[in-house]
Design a binder for this molecule. Structure first.
Ligand code: AMP
Length: 417
């Protein structure tokens, strides 16, 4: 199938060409025809499958076929980054159509957003909180919305946005077309879909399985040695750009700083940053100014940066879905990518759940090729009791002639030098 088979308006085809899309992706093939037909859609699609264009392109076509009005389409996204990215995608695809879009999210002053809304926009891409704010301020009116999209619905739910979404939906005209996209379908999302969508067509691609263009490797590593392993991998592998995931905001910040101090061009993306700093971090990572972005899940949700060569799970993801989302940041479109996951004994159950979902074992890279000196030393003296950490430290220090214990072999020390 080719894009020309959809008979899009020539002005939209110019946008498709400008984005360099040649053939539709599977989700586009499946979702575009029923959306053009006016049907409601429940799309089960992971990130990186081309789902944004799957709803943006038919929306543009429908808007071109109708009288142009203010605020006709509402797209809801869980994070500022995703809202901004979707808006940018629309700007590119709609370049020649004269249709206008705005991204609405908190963390920045309302004024600039209000100015754009007043200049008559057809498409609003919004995070729920700021949208409700502007609706309450009577800056945005929802009574003319003809099409609604809820993107990354499962994440909306995880982030506690469901009550806000319900409040927003109550204010929309009943007679509208609704599309909902989610990577997974937990019970709450199914209930929301049943309430929100009318006789929806379900379209599904590779539900919850990372793209086949990604290779997966795991490294068994003690928690306190993860930074050392990370630096080693950054040194050993040719990483064009790497996205490193940590569980906490604090760790994202401190790890980025540690990498920076070690000479890497690294920055962090986490919820404690102001919107402006988040933008600087994202833009810098996208433009290649920063080769490494250390991020938390929430901040990195849905980010679309082409050419991320590696995703590194410094901290294990909490769920299989989170693993899919994280690793979906690499191997986007048809590019290849590598995902490295650090794990310890306590994470073994999650590793086997992830592997079950992948349908294969992750390659278990000898973890790592450089054995910790502490371990080999312990093996040499396996009859002696090395279980107590303080005693072990003392013994290793003694074995190292009183120097700081060298946890890694010579070759690693050289690699890090
Ligand atoms: P998404 O799943 O919407 O985040 O899209 C993932 C990436 O695929 C984005 O960089 C899109 O620009 C790109 N993309 C979307 N549709 C196509 C297509 N038909 N051909 C090639 N790349 C595409």
């Amino acid at each position: 199938m080719r894009f020309k088979d959809f008979n899009f308006h020539p002005k939209i085809n110019i946008g498709i060409d400008a984005c360099g899309y040649i053939n539709p992706t599977p989700i586009q093939e499946k979702a575009i025809p029923p959306i053009l037909d006016g049907q409601d859609i429940f799309g089960l699609a992971q990130t990186g499958t081309g789902k944004t264009a799957a709803f943006v392109l038919p929306i543009l076509q429908k808007l071109l076929d109708r009288p142009r009005k203010k605020e006709q389409v509402l797209i809801m996204a869980p994070t500022r980054e995703l809202a901004e990215q979707t808006h940018e995608n629309i700007v590119k695809l709609a370049k020649k159509t004269g249709l206008k879009s705005v991204a609405i999210y908190g963390g920045i002053k309302k004024q600039s957003q209000i100015r754009i809304i007043r200049s008559k926009v057809q498409i609003i891409v919004a995070c729920p909180g700021r949208l409700l704010d502007l609706v309450n301020d009577k800056v945005i009116r929802l009574n003319a919305i003809e099409m609604l999209v809820i993107d990354e619905a499962d994440q909306m739910f995880d982030m506690g946005f469901l009550p806000d979404i319900r409040r927003i939906i109550q204010q929309l005209p009943k007679n509208r077309q609704s599309l909902m996209f989610s990577a997974t379908m937990p019970r709450q999302i199914r209930l929301l879909a049943e309430k929100m969508l009318q006789q929806p067509v379900t379209v599904q691609v590779n539900h919850s399985v990372p793209a086949p263009t990604i290779s997966h490797a795991r490294y068994s590593i003690a928690k306190e040695q993860r930074t050392l392993l990370l630096k080693h991998l950054l040194h050993e592998h040719e990483m064009k750009s790497a996205l490193v995931f940590t569980r906490t905001k604090h760790k994202a910040k401190s790890l980025a700083r540690q990498l920076e101090n070690a000479g890497y061009s690294a920055t962090s993306l986490q919820g404690n940053l102001s919107q402006q700093k988040r933008k600087i971090a994202m833009d810098g990572f996208r433009d290649g100014k920063f080769k490494i972005l250390v991020a938390t899940d929430i901040a990195a949700r849905g980010i679309d940066v082409l050419g991320i060569s590696h995703v590194i799970n410094y901290d294990m993801p909490d769920t299989v879905e989170t693993y899919t989302h994280r690793t979906g940041r690499t191997g986007r479109a048809t590019q290849t990518g590598q995902a490295f996951t650090f794990f310890s004994q306590a994470d073994k159950k999650m590793i086997s759940m992830i592997e079950k979902n992948l349908g294969k074992k992750m390659s278990c890279n000898p973890s790592p090729p450089f054995e910790p000196a502490a371990k080999s030393h312990a093996r040499k003296h396996k009859n002696k009791n090395f279980s107590h950490p303080a005693r072990r430290k003392k013994k290793i220090a003694k074995a190292n002639h009183g120097k700081q214990p060298c946890l890694w072999s010579e070759s690693l020390t050289q690699a890090l030098a």
